[in-house]
Design a protein around this ligand. Structure first.
Ligand code: GLN
Length: 291
């Protein structure tokens, strides 16, 4: 029979020697996997490291460790990931929320005045991360999250129920296609933006994530072009479009936004100092349509 300590040490050694994992915090991840299995916190685990782990539990732990050794993302094994202080369910049908995407949430919140009844749209919502974070921070806002993937949308809906957020709803739509002529004060998105031949798609967590959430044509900009092309029909006067993009796409994105007629275009950097989010505003003061 193993002690918790020896089970963790063995797992740590296996993770460290896995050729499928380039960088891994083996000690931390071993603890996370065992905490998940035992439904225990980190403090409990450390306080009980001399306790013995029954054989059945040891076998189940080894199975989880093996999945990680084979490169499966820790978020898919645990079935959850924290984003903007929210604990979200994630499945292989969804992209795993990244810390850098919290910058998009901050950028959106800066344009969504608290206490106002604004309409917000999140395109390609996946787990619902961005939509849910905004809905929680701005209870007066009405947030719509759309995705073209039914399985992803089901994850977003289940997350909104778990978080008891009533000011957000999710609906199936391929970008703007199924939104009729609805208009929004702020449109946000973390679209796929990786070049389809980029070697990173064959590395790390990306190998296991949905390709449709990551790659977007030869230059990575196919979906970004669709979003920019459709945005003016769906932005209220003075409304903002903002989305995440690749570190080397900011200049092209700014040009595309300017060509479409957006103004006050700016790029925001991520935690690593890379260009990551670009924003632009609908210059109209009053709507030219009756809506
Ligand atoms: N930033 C992510 C990555 O490079 C990609 C996310 C996306 O395509 N929207 O891992």
């Amino acid at each position: 029979m193993h002690s918790i300590r020896s089970a963790l040490l063995q797992a740590q050694a296996q993770l460290n020697s896995s050729p499928r994992l380039e960088t891994v915090d083996a000690r931390f991840e071993s603890q996370l996997l065992l905490q998940h299995l035992l439904n225990a916190g980190r403090a409990w685990l450390i306080a009980h490291e001399n306790d013995s782990l029954e054989d059945g539990m040891q076998a189940r732990f080894e199975a989880l460790v093996n999945r990680r050794v084979n490169g499966e993302p820790i978020a898919y094994i645990l079935g959850s990931r924290e984003f903007y202080g929210l604990n979200l369910t994630v499945t292989p049908a969804t992209l795993i929320p990244r810390p850098d995407t919290e910058i998009l949430v901050d950028t959106a919140l800066a344009k969504i005045l608290a206490g106002q009844h604004t309409q917000i749209l999140d395109l390609g919502t996946g787990t619902g991360a961005i939509a849910l974070a905004i809905a929680q921070q701005r209870p007066q806002a009405q947030v719509t999250g759309v995705d073209a993937s039914r399985p992803a949308l089901d994850v977003a809906i289940s997350n909104s129920r778990q978080l008891h957020l009533a000011n957000v709803h999710f609906t199936l739509s391929d970008w703007f296609n199924d939104l009729g002529n609805a208009r929004f004060d702020v449109i946000v998105s973390n679209p796929p933006y990786i070049e389809e031949t980029d070697a990173h798609l064959q590395q790390g967590d990306l190998r296991f994530e949905p390709l449709s959430a990551l790659a977007s044509g030869a230059d990575g900009l196919d979906d970004i072009r669709r979003i920019i092309d459709g945005c003016l029909i769906h932005l209220k006067p003075q409304g903002w479009l903002m989305f995440e993009h690749g570190y080397n796409q900011a200049e092209t994105v700014r040009e595309l936004m300017a060509q479409t007629g957006l103004v006050n275009i700016e790029t925001v950097r991520d935690f690593g100092g890379n260009d990551r989010v670009t924003i632009g505003k609908n210059p109209l003061i009053v709507s030219t349509h009756w809506d």
